[in-house]
Design a protein around this ligand. Structure first.
Ligand code: GLU
Length: 453
């Protein structure tokens, strides 16, 4: 049997971290079994679904390299099929029409609440033997038993069916409802393993019964625990609910994001970094943690820095240009600048901002204490004795700087802090030796003179 998994987003928003993790786990599971990964848009909510989001989800999956192996399925295009299967359940007595009015159902609910019972439809139309009369709904007759399945992450699950009501599968206007469509599509797409968030557990009980009633083969199910914010709450925009493409424009590398996402609830020994091939070799749903994971921007930044450091300057230059940087090959020393900056860069965006300091004259603020008389004196003495006419490499500049500091009885920061400020207008910048080397002697001298003016 070939494994077939699917990712089934509703195109009512962009792809976020949680969705990307579901997609990644489904993709990895399929790959690790030599199977296929499919994409299905659950777009029957016409009001909220939008083609823009479909495109954006596809783009995000492309960027993460999680492309589906078959053409995407659009649920809304299968409505006739959903309807006809719903009617087939009616024909065989597994579904029935219900003519309860809204008022009647509200009354039922109020009574149940008053009696401290769980508010739910009580099956009162089960034996009415109604036909469709243009305004009644079709309900699925939940079997009077319990439902059990072995979740590939959560283990054995059993639910008494009476906990769930006879839910509607065709609305009064004849349109099919979400759970019914999803069950039919999983069946028609020959999905063997459904991997999704654990907020769908109740849906699974409903869908599994539907598939059984349709005499279909029931897939395996794996429910992923939630991804929470660092403080244990639902993810908000600030902590991970960003559009995946925002991570790209913020300067995250897709390998870093993938490596970070896979660790949200999955681990293999103490290994931190994986190639895609290793992930495919190692990934197993049984290693997914059954409790929620927490999003950590700090850890994501760590991964990003790891992958940035490992990339060569040409790759980084291309990625910088891709996210809209205006630098190019013509910038003097650009490859060396990138090689120096990549060591500490948390993102390409940050690196791009730091490249600016090599391209534009610093803005010196004379109210900054680094421009005090004492500091200026130190820099003036340095300017007078440091030989800017020498052809240097990074090592020799650093040696000459260290020599100057000890010969003049200074501690390095006494020279370093104001000098860094003079060269860049910033307090946070690479080492002085690297700055002078990358700016070049002439430009460095000029910046120091400007600072002293
Ligand atoms: N469309 C559902 C969602 O976006 C996913 C349902 C599923 O994976 O079965 O949450």
């Amino acid at each position: 049997m070939t494994e077939r998994t699917r990712f089934a987003p509703s195109p009512t928003g962009h792809l976020h971290i949680g969705g990307a993790r579901t997609a990644l786990f489904s993709w990895l599971f399929a790959r690790s079994k030599g199977g296929k990964f499919l994409l299905r848009f659950e777009d029957t909510d016409i009001e909220r679904s939008n083609e823009v989001y479909k495109d954006s989800i596809i783009k995000s999956l492309e960027w993460l390299n999680l492309n589906p192996d078959e053409e995407p399925v659009h649920q809304s295009r299968n409505i006739d099929r959903h309807k006809s299967l719903a009617l087939s359940l009616f024909e065989k007595g597994a579904a029935y029409y219900c003519d309860c009015s809204v008022e009647e159902l509200e009354q039922l609910r109020a009574t149940q609440m008053k009696n401290k019972q769980k508010p739910m439809y009580d099956g009162r139309s089960r034996e009415k033997k109604l036909e469709y009369e243009g305004k009644n709904v079709l309900r699925y007759k939940m079997p009077d038993t319990s439902t059990s399945f072995k979740d590939l992450i959560l283990g054995d699950i059993t639910v008494e069916n009476k906990e769930l009501d006879d839910f509607i599968i065709l609305r009064a206007d004849g349109t099919p409802t979400y759970n019914f469509c999803a069950a039919v599509d999983d069946l028609d797409m020959k999905i063997t393993t459904v991997i999704r968030g654990d907020d769908h557990l109740t849906n699974t009980i409903k869908q599994l019964n539907i598939i059984k009633s349709l005499d279909g083969t029931i897939p395996s199910y794996a429910h992923l625990p939630m991804v929470l914010s660092e403080s244990g709450k639902r993810l908000s925009k600030r902590d991970g609910a960003l559009d995946i493409m925002d991570y790209k424009s913020e300067g995250y590398l897709s390998q870093a994001l993938l490596n970070y996402i896979v660790r949200l609830g999955w681990a293999k020994d103490e290994i931190e970094k994986f190639t895609m091939k290793e992930l495919i070799d190692f990934f197993d749903l049984s290693d997914v943690n059954s409790s929620p994971s927490k999003f950590s921007l700090q850890l994501l930044d760590w991964y990003n820095n790891e992958y940035i450091k490992k990339s060569d300057s040409s790759t980084l230059l291309n990625l910088l240009i891709e996210i809209g940087s205006n630098i190019d090959e013509k910038v003097k020393n650009i490859h060396s600048i990138i090689d120096v900056l990549k060591v500490g860069a948390k993102s390409l965006r940050e690196m791009n901002e730091n490249i600016e300091m090599f391209l534009t004259t610093p803005n010196i603020d004379n109210s900054n204490s680094l421009t005090s008389e004492d500091n200026k004196k130190i820099i003036k003495d340095f300017l007078n004795s440091f030989d800017f006419s020498k052809e240097d490499n990074l090592d020799s500049i650093s040696q000459r700087l260290n020599g100057y500091v000890s010969a003049n009885d200074l501690k390095f920061p006494q020279l370093g802090k104001p000098l860094r400020y003079a060269l860049t207008g910033r307090t946070n910048a690479p080492g002085i030796g690297e700055l002078i080397y990358l700016l070049g002697n002439e430009e460095s001298k000029k910046r120091i003179e400007d600072y002293l003016e």
